[in-house]
Design a protein around this ligand. Structure first.
Ligand code: AMP
Ligand code: ZN
Length: 487
């Protein structure tokens, strides 16, 4: 079976394990989504992009994936932000859901199969809390309901923390009605000006963790395959989800826990609450969205990733190389029939290498290395073919181009028409460097005239003059084109 080839690093066991879905051929995956009190930052985007590729790859391998990513639209931070703007909290959250959707589309993130919101699932949440109270693992106290951690013996199995140490670090805060410091809120009694719903314990709203137990059970079942999020969620969020779900349903919750490493700003921790953030929306304005995506995927998802302007510029330059190659290859093969017959070398080996890397805990950088090999091969076949047989070269290029398409569908990059991407990139560089396009075109016209008149000295002079303006000239079979000199 396809999935058995894929191994996943499971935070629960701290080792790579073969991915064996509970129901053959089907994978349910739940990823903790954004808390919609503001625009998401590029750290959030890293986590969502990593799981986007996980989902795409599982599908590529033929698995029938149900992908659920929630919106946390009931939360202290949302209430706080809404008080500042004077808006209704649910309205403010809806506004940021829309903003997130827009940014996600720009970053080529797939729309999950289900994107549930907390505010639409209050009855599910109340039902689970009711079960926990009935089982004696949760208790009501002055309109709040708490999960009693000491009643769930497996607590901290995900984070491997020691309960004694955790207890030593916790205090019951003033205003909290807990029995023990580690107990956490499932339901919070209504305070004036906060969104609230009726419940068996009076009006109130859910605590943070219970939402994911409720929404994952609703869409994936009480036991499901993969649960993901950023590293910071292991404790307490995911730990508490496990405790709630397993204590309510008496079944193992998620089989595989995947956690994405943090993105920081050249060594500085980034968090929305500290304010040291780069919004995804702003980054998308500054750089090509595919380049940002390529950068976010450039390091293995479990390793830390450092963001800088240089790393983005490097990603964009790399994409330019890829698109230039594709443009050249497309010009060579588009609409041509090279007939049937053998291929040169073993063009399929790059895709095999890509799959081997991806099967190994979604090693995207390893996959990208295979892709680099594939592009190098395409360049060699177009620029200095090692064999004379044009049909053989054409067929091989077609096979390689097709494999690029398949790999692109997994990575979510190079899906654009090469010419269109290259022109957009050039337009952006022209604007950034203040290049006068009219002047460039006039000089190219002059140079073409000089070449037609066989005045090559003048043509060369004009090339040098354009270089001085920051413009490189390329003479191709389709005529003379130009690009902005790389910075
Ligand atoms: P939040 O909106 O804060 O709940 O975060 C949404 C998702 O982004 C969660 O899975 C977080 O773990 C993840 N996340 C938050 N900050 C970062 C970061 N700097 N790098 C990577 N992932 C992050
Ligand atoms: Zn969650």
């Amino acid at each position: 079976m396809a999935a058995a080839r894929i191994t996943v690093f499971n935070t629960l066991t701290m080792q790579k394990e073969p991915l064996v879905p509970t129901r053959e051929g089907k994978v349910g995956i739940y990823v903790c989504g954004p808390t919609v009190y503001s625009y998401v930052h590029i750290g959030n985007a890293r986590t969502f992009t990593s799981f986007d590729v996980v989902v795409r790859y599982l599908r590529y391998r033929g698995l029938d994936v149900t992908y659920v990513r929630n919106y946390t639209d009931v939360d202290d931070k949302i209430i706080h932000a809404a008080h500042e703007t004077g808006e209704d909290p649910i309205h403010l959250a809806a506004r940021f859901v829309d903003a997130f959707r827009e940014d996600a589309r720009a970053l080529h993130l797939l729309e999950p199969d289900v994107s549930p919101k907390v505010s639409d699932h209050i009855p599910d949440i109340i039902a689970i809390i009711g079960k926990l109270v009935a089982h004696g693992v949760a208790y009501e106290s002055q309109g709040d309901v708490y999960f009693q951690v000491s009643r769930y013996p497996e607590y901290a199995k995900l984070s491997k923390r020691h309960l004694d140490e955790l207890r030593a670090g916790e205090r019951v805060q003033p205003g909290e009605q807990k029995r023990e410091p580690l107990d956490f809120a499932l339901w919070k009694a209504a305070k004036p000006g906060e969104p609230a719903w009726d419940s068996p314990w009076g009006r109130g709203r859910p605590g943070w963790h219970i939402e994911c137990s409720a929404m994952s059970a609703r869409y994936l079942g009480e036991s499901f395959d993969v649960h993901g999020g950023g590293l910071d969620l292991i404790f307490p969020h995911h730990e508490n989800e496990i405790a709630q779900s397993e204590a309510a349903f008496h079944k193992p919750f998620a089989q595989y826990w995947m956690h994405c490493g943090f993105l920081d700003l050249e060594g500085a921790k980034m968090s929305k609450s500290l304010g040291n953030v780069v919004r995804l929306r702003d980054a998308l304005q500054r750089v090509d969205p595919e380049a940002l995506r390529y950068f976010l995927l450039s390091t293995h998802y479990r390793n830390p990733l450092s963001f800088s302007d240089k790393s983005l510029a490097d990603a964009e330059a790399r994409l330019e190389y890829f698109y230039e190659t594709l443009s050249k290859v497309d010009a060579r093969i588009a609409g041509r029939d090279f007939g049937k017959g053998p291929l040169h070398g073993e063009p399929g080996r790059f895709r095999t290498e890509f799959e081997a890397a991806m099967d190994d805990d979604f090693n995207v950088p390893g996959g990208m290395a295979a892709l680099s090999g594939l592009f190098a091969e395409m360049n060699e076949l177009t620029d200095k073919p090692p064999v004379k047989d044009k049909a053989l070269v054409g067929r091989t290029l077609q096979a390689l181009r097709e494999d690029v398409r398949r790999i692109s569908s997994v990575l979510g990059v190079f899906e654009d028409a090469p010419e269109a991407w290259l022109l957009r990139r050039r337009d952006r560089a022209v604007r950034e460097r203040g290049i006068d396009v009219g002047q460039v075109e006039a000089l190219i016209g002059e140079r073409n005239a000089a070449r037609a008149a066989k005045d090559f000295a003048r043509a060369d002079q004009l090339r040098v003059q354009m270089k001085g303006l920051g413009v490189d000239i390329m003479d191709t079979a389709q005529g003379t084109t130009w690009k902005v000199t790389p910075a």
